[in-house]
Write a protein that binds this ligand. Sequence first.
Ligand code: GLN
Length: 310
Amino acid sequence: MNPPSDPRRYDLEALRARVRDERGGRVDDSIPQLAEADPDLVAIALVLPDGTARTSTGCDVTFSLQSAVKPFLFALALLDTDGEALDRVGIEPTGEAFDALKLESDTGRPPNPMVNAGALLTASLVDGSDAEARADRIARGLSAFAGRTLDVDDDVAHNEHLLGDRNHALAHLMRAEGTLTPSADDAVAVYARACATLVDTETLAVMGATLAFGGLNPRTGERVVPRRVARDVVSVMATCGVYDGSGRWMRAVGIPAKSSVSGAIVLSAPGRLGAATVSPPLDEQGTSVRGRIMSEALSDDLAIHSFEVG
Ligand code: GLN
């Protein structure tokens, strides 16, 4: 049992044990590397205001960020454009799947930065004169959020570029609307590299914590983005981070978060903690089944639901 407690003493192994026998969900098979993920992997990490981490068994396993990169791409786009990114991408939830071929009907902008269309666009807004320079800028920016140099899995990036037909379609659609500046192929290549960035659960929790603590990395003390940028990003995670499951997530878990097809979830509880879970089997909305259960239990047990009256 895990009584309500201080995150420093919270029993992460007990939480893992609670979900280990859960058999629901399906591992993503959009690219071979994701299909090969271990369906039994379950890990959770917390990062506290002083930068210390609490980690469970399994936190050493690496995986690609996939859509968990989207909040950070939005943050870097806001930083590099001095806020102009807010005019280039919407911030309304779609109620549709992450890769829906849909843009805002009146503006041709992507609906929000947490769906694929939006992330293709935010990745194109970071500083850099060509695709390679933008990919490098993103790698440096993500590393600052993580507090260490992150690597990219070239095979994952290659396959996502090759097999991401819906992403190519979205990029072409935005080109046709005049909302995407680089070529569609460059936009997909840069986004695919960002999605293929490798992390482990603890590192992803540090990234979530950097947003939770107003853009200040609690590990390195580096100010990665201004407070206002972090606040904007976390707000949009709260409303759009779990796609068409965002309303249900916010009621039950109440912590701004971003899900991803690798089975990772990054959570940012402002001023309290950053967290990450990973477990590959996904529900219909593409959210890790065990990750959702762990997140809900964590929120209840530590009383960190955003709308919990303390
Ligand atoms: N790279 C994946 C894609 O663009 C990420 C999607 C996700 O994690 N939901 O299809």
